[in-house]
Design a protein around this ligand. Structure first.
Ligand code: AP5
Length: 232
């Protein structure tokens, strides 16, 4: 079946917050496809550097494998160069960025200087809430396609053929940072460094909390309604 034609509206900046495993990547792919705008996942960009063995990738690899955050400078430089590309003109989804208050402040400055269809648009910030036990189950059950990036879960979203991507047939892999040790560090750094961002955006009146524990389709519906409320 062919992918549906994207809805060609001005979406503006959309930020997905949420713990590791909350479903940011799963939802970002769906929303990016619906509106024909890019999913900008700092985790995916970093993993690509690691797999290509670039200088940045060599610097980031051990930090990521341990589950810690890469420096604000590295990540902000990466995002700056990605946002300057023409496919960001109608909007974009930031998946996994910002992750610290410093990154959020930096992004405020960048967005203040950017227009979408001739207008300044503040970000729509969606925080996916998922309980701790569910996060653990999702992270340990996650399998990813190394070729097309599709995300599966052995418990909740299994591939039709075990260990094989439904879309492109590649053998699925488990992410290097989905080990028990790295998951513990990632959840801790989320609590300490990223969770405060919810208050940061709440104070700006931008935060929209969505239960990420619902079926993926129900989550997508809420995200679409948050986006379309603004552009109606
Ligand atoms: P990153 O790749 O961003 O990882 P993360 O934030 O830990 O998030 P995940 O990708 O693990 O989870 P997700 O919320 O996308 O969930 P998913 O949709 O896959 O970052 C990796 C590393 O890069 C960081 O640790 C850090 O080192 C570095 N990094 C990245 N950005 C950085 C930044 N800004 N600053 C500094 N360092 C940075 O879903 C998880 C599972 O659940 C899947 O199996 C999926 O199938 C399943 N699932 C999804 N939705 C549902 C649902 N509704 N119901 C049931 N199952 C579901």
């Amino acid at each position: 079946m062919n992918a549906p034609t994207p809805v060609e509206r001005i979406v503006g900046p959309v930020i997905f917050l949420g713990a590791p495993g909350a479903g940011k990547g799963t939802q970002a792919k769906r929303i990016a496809e619906r509106y024909g705008i890019p999913q900008i996942s700092t985790g995916d960009i970093l993993r690509e550097h690691v797999s290509r063995g670039t200088a940045l990738g060599r610097q980031a690899k051990e930090i990521m494998d341990r589950g810690e955050l890469v420096s604000d400078k590295i990540v902000c430089d990466m995002v700056e160069s990605r946002l300057s590309q023409a496919d960001c003109d109608r909007g974009f989804i930031l998946d996994g960025f910002p992750r610290t208050v410093e990154q959020a402040k930096w992004l405020d400055g960048v967005l203040a200087a950017k227009t979408f269809g001739g207008k300044h648009l503040p970000p729509i910030v969606i925080d996916f809430e998922v309980g701790y036990n569910q996060l653990l189950k999702r992270l340990t059950g996650r399998r990813t396609c190394p070729d097309c990036g599709k995300i599966f879960n052995v418990y909740s979203q299994p591939p039709r053929v075990p260990d094989t991507c439904d879309s492109c047939g590649a053998k699925l892999i488990t992410r290097k940072d989905d080990t028990d040790e790295a998951i513990a560090v990632r959840l801790k750094s989320y609590e300490q460094q990223t969770k405060p961002l919810a208050d940061y955006y709440r104070q700006q009146g931008r935060l929209r909390v969505v239960s990420g524990e619902q079926e993926a389709d129900a989550v997508t519906k809420e995200v679409i309604s948050a986006i379309e409320e603004r552009s109606a």
